[in-house]
Design a protein around this ligand. Sequence first.
Ligand code: AMP
Ligand code: MN
Ligand code: MN
Ligand code: MN
Length: 297
Amino acid sequence: MALEYDLHSHSRASDGTLTPTELVRRAHAQGVGALALTDHDVTDGLAEARREAQTLGLALVPGVEVSVTWAHQTVHIVGLNIDPDEPALAAGLGRLQEFRQWRCEEIARRLEKRGVTGALEGARALASGRVVSRTHFARFLVEAGRADSVRDVFKRYLVQGKPGHVPGQWASLEEAVDWIRGAGGQAVLAHPARYRLTATRRRKLAAEFRECGGEGIEVVSGSHSRDDVANMAELARRIGLYASRGSDYHGPENPYIELGRLAPLPESCEAIWESPRWAAGAGPVPNSAADLTPGLA
Ligand code: AMP
Ligand code: MN
Ligand code: MN
Ligand code: MN
């Protein structure tokens, strides 16, 4: 049977709600054979995830989801098969974490002006790792009774034009791809249908991404509709990008996406896990302890 790939997921190291161990166990139970852990701007969960994956005989693809500012918009680039210890990648992610530090203080200051007190402490208390994300603010605001759901908080407080919005100052597209490639990884444009872009602008983003050295695009994503999948498959073919597939799982509280419960890639796609660089890289060799980096095992 073909290996079940889920190449986009989050743990408590960023804004997921499961520990890396719990995440890997759940993926295994759901029939996922190869899982990428791709936390936002941080690789802290990878060592633990890799240990559990080794125990279960699941292929853990070391990954990261890098926040990027492109044309005044935030877009996400997933890195797969990265070496998390590579210095330039680690330094780049460190810079993004510094921006996150400042941003969470700024979000709290802006919310305070609207009468929301204690948001900084509240969000920090809900974050178990170094990364404090807007998701943590959203969960705090729901707990504080300011909104009914995380989705509702985003709409009312955290997106452009709303009181708690702080514009991103993330990596450039080129930087993100350079860091990922420099760390031996492959760069994948995450959930491309989710961005508020016209078809023309989306093509421009994908083309620029490829020019920078990007190799893949998420065709099947937890946040893509059936139409999105067909459109992104066509975009992948047009631009010349390998197709990836990932749930973007954040935990069981987000019931609309389950690990591995995804449509297959359309026939017209070339899967990134069948690309030559994937095969040459650290890519998944299940049930083998030999491919594990000793320092991480
Ligand atoms: P940040 O990287 O801190 O700006 O947070 C971005 C994260 O917030 C995303 O990865 C999602 O997990 C979450 N998010 C963004 N927009 C929404 C939304 N409209 N509803 C729920 N979660 C969202
Ligand atoms: Mn997230
Ligand atoms: Mn994302
Ligand atoms: Mn994600």
